[in-house]
Design a protein around this ligand. Structure first.
Ligand code: SF4
Ligand code: SF4
Length: 121
């Protein structure tokens, strides 16, 4: 999956998500691979066809499916408790932020904390 390049954490460190939920609330695509579509549908107990029809739409470049957004831009999978409904099978794009990819100014939006690699998650 093509993700924008980002500023990596300093050597020996990684960012730990504090589950503020901000990245699930801003507008933008959450692109899904075929494997992710299969895994999420199975996790939700739906057929692929049901999942695709109910929770996804095609990106403007027509290169992939994306999770649909609510009217305020939040991801359809974000629960009222700021939790991801599909956390065990959440898309790679979500798993990879902010350590693998991010964007200029991301730290103004994201509350992830820097931690030494030997401290784990
Ligand atoms: S799939 Fe989950 S982690 Fe990814 S944006 Fe939606 S709610 Fe957030
Ligand atoms: S914005 Fe950062 S800290 Fe907040 S949920 Fe997303 S990755 Fe975690």
């Amino acid at each position: 999956m093509l993700l924008p390049p980002g500023e990596p954490p300093p050597p020996g460190f990684h960012y730990v998500c504090t589950r503020c939920g901000a990245c699930c609330q801003w507008e933008g695509y959450v692109r899904l691979s075929e494997e992710e579509v299969d895994a999420i549908a199975e996790f939700l107990g739906m057929t692929v066809e049901q999942f695709v029809a109910r929770y996804t739409t095609v990106t403007a470049d027509r290169r992939s499916l994306t999770l649909i957004e609510r009217g305020d831009g939040a991801c359809i999978m974000l629960t009222g408790e700021n939790r991801c409904r599909i956390n065990p099978v959440k898309p790679y794009q979500c798993q990879a932020f902010p350590n693998i990819w991010n964007f200029p100014g991301w730290q103004e939006e994201c509350q992830a904390k820097l931690a030494p690699d030997d401290e784990g998650e």
